[in-house]
Design a protein around this ligand. Structure first.
Ligand code: 26Q
Length: 800
């Protein structure tokens, strides 16, 4: 149906009229989207079936990637590219007078994630399928993804996200594969044939119904599966009508909302329910499949690998133990070996507030059998520790899985898996030498690094078609399958015509983004100014505040001397704050307050513009990265595990202003010191300064007039705000001693930004730097990352 334009058009029109019962001339963009979506699904269905069949026949090892988040974004155009049919479709559409990009806009983002962790999971699925690796995702089909953000009077307002409101073309509901998940109740122990048995009585069950989404690889027949579980009532359970309503509400609430927190463990029971719901449904489904295919449960780990994306699905460990013990009748030792050998774990953060722990009083009644098993794992682990470190109570207390009335999820992950990885070299080092050092001492062999990556198919080919064309015109198209071949561009860094083309493409992308900014914010920005961009979740450690204080300083400079010669800059922000994160919301208000004043001050002659783009999400990001000149990666060193936005900017030829944190360090090593703007304290200095307690933020306030001026402006209403509006920010800097060293790094940040200005004036040099960055960015393709996971951790092989 996509073999050529003519065939496509005929099929499309036929299908459209059959489905909607109206002539083409009366059809809408939405009809076009739905029709095309269904055609694609039909088109891939035989490959989808064949992929599953081939995996079954091949009997090779498969990996299941368990994640509480999958931040997919839109799928239509991405699928067209991976299937290699986007040209046929866009030309066919164009003949019919349909604009494919308008049709693309109909699709809602699948925003089933908060940020980095969820987007990483989505990139991994794309790489797994493209590399023909037998790997599938398991997640939750939240009715509402991450909230929609509106900015009203400078403040963030949250609206429920509604991605399912027009239905979902990509999913297939599989009611026959539903499974039941037990909550609450009591565990009955009894003896049978001399063996202790466990029975879960009076449980309230919830039914998990799978909705499968095809994951289509790039130019390959592989179609893997993302299985999202929907929570529904188990039929005929409750007794009276009142009860049925409560039961229905409670069960459905499990898959109703994605928790909008990206680094804060709130300890809400519903979140724990979600976690067990995902894990139990997924494991039951994996085991059912396994048993249909293989007889010997003792070889489970030879055929199956289960990866847990952070600790959120860590209950996979006790759940697998439960099934192996209670259902399969294995001994503890047998079950434990299989479980450990099956499970691997990625850590995404060292922030203590993000490390999950659950109070026993919540955990035990909700998941009684799982709690018993964790308890047993803990007892055995502590006994082991005792024999290794007799008398060392303190060490055992620090390492225990259950301690002080809490279940510590990271400890469970460390003990119950065979592999623990960080997401950038420095992050893994910090885990080994600091956060998880006690565990590293006893399990050094488990620790390994897997530096994150991004799929260049979405973040370059799809989002920046013009740059893609230039690259292919220059070095051929082999880089698409082998992204490290982008390094061939290095020989173009002195090629004037290449650099001119690069500049022209960046300019066109900036014009496009400027148009979006004008439409959405009503602000006119100059596409020849430097587009300086910070887009990511809002968090104190990411230091959007450092960026704003510096903008305030630049504004002060211009006020004092309107003739000051600086390259005009457009500062662009995009960030969602967790709804309960009061401080983060104040930063959003500050950005918007500064924007209002700066953008409307005629005296500064448009040398500065500040834009806050509302509702930052995957589909908006696709317009932002290609248009950026500067990428702000300015976290307090040691705090950002890796970052992945940094890689997306780099691949699109933006230059990084960054600290030596996360993957910025590896970027610097690749491009060399001259092709990146590094500033600020390094991780060791930060961690030592925390330890010594020698930091006094007030000293920086008193000794640096620039800092004093901008910090005072937070208080004195200079930006036309209520004078106490920004007290929480002022206090964080001066009363709470500036936990993230914003003031300490201010000088070095201002200095590097001056260097950015100077460098930008030398366009030849600037473009050369961009070229080097693009050339070296292939290393950060998630294809590289996934190959490393496949070879070192999962031990899986491509089917073809
Ligand atoms: C935990 C408990 C309760 C509620 C929410 C959470 C929660 C949810 C999401 C905790 C953390 C997250 C997400 C974390 C995350 O996105 N981390 C980022 O992961 C990226 C991919 O590895 C890294 O690049 C980033 O550096 C890291 O911040």
């Amino acid at each position: 149906m996509f073999s050529n334009k003519k065939v496509f058009k005929r099929y499309f029109l036929q299908k459209l009229e059959m489905t909607y019962g109206k002539p083409f001339k009366d059809s809408t963009s939405s009809d076009h989207f739905q029709t095309l979506g269904h055609m694609i699904r039909e088109y891939v269905s035989s490959n989808w079936i064949n992929t599953n069949e081939s995996y079954r026949k091949d009997k090779g090892k498969q990996v299941y990637y368990l994640s509480i988040e999958f931040l997919l974004g839109r799928l239509l155009y991405h699928n067209l590219i991976n299937l290699g049919i986007e040209k046929v479709v866009s030309e066919g559409f164009s003949d019919l007078g349909i604009n494919l990009h308008e049709v693309e806009e109909i699709e809602c983002d699948a925003g089933l994630g908060n940020g980095g962790l969820g987007r990483l999971a989505a990139c991994f699925l794309d790489s797994l399928a493209t590399l023909n690796l037998p790997g599938h995702g398991f997640g939750i089909r939240y009715k509402h993804g991450l909230f929609e953000q509106r900015i009203v009077d400078g403040y963030q307002i949250e609206l429920p996200e509604q991605w399912l409101k027009h239905g979902q073309v990509w999913e297939v509901r599989k009611e026959d594969l539903a499974v039941d998940i037990p909550f609450w109740g009591v565990i009955d122990m009894y003896e049978q044939d001399g063996k202790l048995q466990f029975r879960h009585l009076n449980a309230e069950t919830v039914t998990a119904v799978p909705h499968d989404i095809p994951v289509i690889g790039y130019e390959t027949k592989t179609v893997n599966t993302l299985r999202l579980w929907n929570a529904e009532p188990t039929s005929l359970l409750a007794k009276d009508v009142k009860d049925i309503m409560r039961y229905k509400r409670e069960t459905e609430s499990i898959s109703e909302f994605l928790y909008p927190d990206d680094a804060n463990d709130e300890g809400k029971i519903l979140r724990l329910k979600q976690q067990y719901f995902l894990v139990s449904a997924s494991l039951q489904s994996i085991l059912k499949n396994y048993k249909q295919q293989y007889k010997d449960i003792k070889k489970f780990h030879q055929h199956i690998s289960i990866h847990i994306n952070d600790t959120h699905p860590v209950l996979a460990i006790p759940e697998l133990m439960r099934i192996l013990l209670d259902k399969e009748g294995l001994s503890w030792d047998e079950a434990w070996e299989i479980t450990k050998n099956t499970i691997s774990y990625t850590n995404h953060t060292t922030l203590s507030e993000a490390l999950e722990k659950w109070p026993i009083y919540i955990f035990q009644p909700l998941l009684p059998r799982i709690y018993m098993i964790i308890n047993e794992i803990n007892e055995r682990f502590c006994k082991n520790l005792w024999s290794k470190f007799p008398g060392d109570f303190q060490r055992i207390e620090q390492m225990a899985i259950i301690a002080h009335g809490m279940v510590k999820m990271a400890h469970l992950a460390l003990v119950g898996s065979h592999s623990v990885n960080g997401v950038a070299e420095i992050h893994t080092e910090i885990l080994k030498t600091r956060e998880m050092n006690l565990f590293y001492q006893i399990f050094p062999e488990k620790f390994n690094n897997k530096t994150n990556g991004i799929t260049h198919r979405r973040w370059l080919i799809k989002s920046n078609p013009k740059l893609t064309q230039l690259v292919t015109d220059s070095i051929g198209d082999k880089w698409i399958k082998h992204p490290t071949q982008l390094s061939k561009l290095l020989s173009y860094q002195t090629d004037t015509s290449f650099l001119q083309n690069l500049a022209a493409i960046k300019q066109e992308n900036k014009v496009h983004l400027a148009k979006i900014i004008q439409e959405q914010n009503g602000i006119i920005v100059d596409p020849s100014s430097i587009f300086d961009v910070q887009v990511k979740r809002l968090h104190a450690y990411k230091r959007q505040l450092l960026n704003v204080l510096h903008i305030m300083h630049l504004y002060n400079l211009l006020k004092a001397d309107p003739g000051l010669e600086i390259t005009p800059r457009t500062f662009i922000f995009g960030a969602k704050a967790s709804p309960g994160y009061y401080y983060a919301k104040k930063i959003i208000k500050l950005i918007n307050t500064v924007a209002e004043k700066v953008n409307n001050d005629k005296n500064i002659q448009d040398k500065l513009k500040v834009v806050f783009l509302e509702n930052y999400r995957v589909s908006l990001a696709e317009h932002i990265f290609p248009a950026a000149d500067i990428s702000e990666q300015i976290s307090t060193a040691s705090k950002e595990a890796s970052g992945t936005g940094n890689m997306k900017f780099m691949m699109n030829g933006a230059l990084t202003v960054g600290t030596l944190d996360g993957a910025n360090i590896e970027m610097k090593e690749l491009v060399g010191d001259n092709n990146i703007f590094i500033f600020g304290m390094n991780a060791e200095e930060v961690l030592d300064l925390y330890q010594s307690g020698g930091y006094r933020s007030t000293e920086y306030y008193h000794h640096d007039k620039r800092i004093q001026e901008v910090v005072n402006q937070l208080k004195n209403g200079f930006f036309d705000h209520e004078s106490n509006e920004f007290d929480p920010i002022f206090d964080s800097l001066l009363i709470e001693n500036d936990q993230y060293f914003v003031l300490k790094d201010f000088h070095s940040y201002a200095k590097i930004q001056e260097e950015v200005n100077t460098t930008y004036k030398d366009q030849q040099k600037w473009l050369q730097m961009c070229a080097v960055n693009i050339a070296k960015s292939g290393h950060f393709s998630s294809d590289r990352t996934i190959k490393e996971y496949a070879d070192d951790i999962w031990k899986i092989k491509p089917l073809f």
